[in-house]
Design a protein around this ligand. Structure first.
Ligand code: RB5
Length: 149
């Protein structure tokens, strides 16, 4: 997975199992990460768990964030409300690559109830490995971030 990165990761109760799978992948690859939970299977509210991951990425404490809930939708909506975050909800390999190349996404959201662990692992690996293309996409990212003003 190329360059050294620090990842922040969290889920809600609907994403607990896939989060364990992805933290295992990060460990296998020797990637440093902080796991923001949850630590039990109790029902929780996904914005509470998206927040520390996205704040940490926005503040530069982490290079990237990974968020998992049942569908990935709630987590991705929450993430994109945090200034500085560009989060993509991804359930296929084409989008995992394209959203890094074109959108320079700094947070990845996935749904545990949508895809299996094998595909999720490949999505994470692809998303972490792919660089932003820059060029014409710089201008678009800049316009995107202007929408926050
Ligand atoms: C929790 O039941 C579920 O709503 C949540 O994990 C997520 O899918 C929300 O978008």
């Amino acid at each position: 997975m190329g360059q050294i990165m620090k990842i922040a990761i969290s889920s809600d109760h609907g994403g607990n199992q896939l989060r364990q799978e992805i933290t295992q992948l990060l460990s296998e690859r020797g990637i440093e990460f902080e796991d923001f939970g949850p630590t039990t299977d109790d029902s929780v509210d996904y914005p509470d768990f998206a927040s520390p991951v996205c704040q940490g990425v926005a503040e530069g404490k982490f290079d990237r964030g990974i968020l998992i809930c049942g569908t990935g939708i709630g987590m991705s909506i929450a993430a994109n409300k945090v200034k500085g975050i560009r989060c993509a909800l991804v359930h296929d390999l084409f989008s995992a690559k394209a959203t890094r190349e074109h959108n320079d996404t700094n947070v990845l959201a996935m749904g545990e109830r949508v895809i299996g662990p094998g595909l999720a692992r490949e999505i994470v690996a692809t998303w972490l490995d792919t660089s932003f293309e820059g060029g014409r996409h710089e201008r678009r990212i800049s316009k995107l971030m202007d929408l926050e003003k």
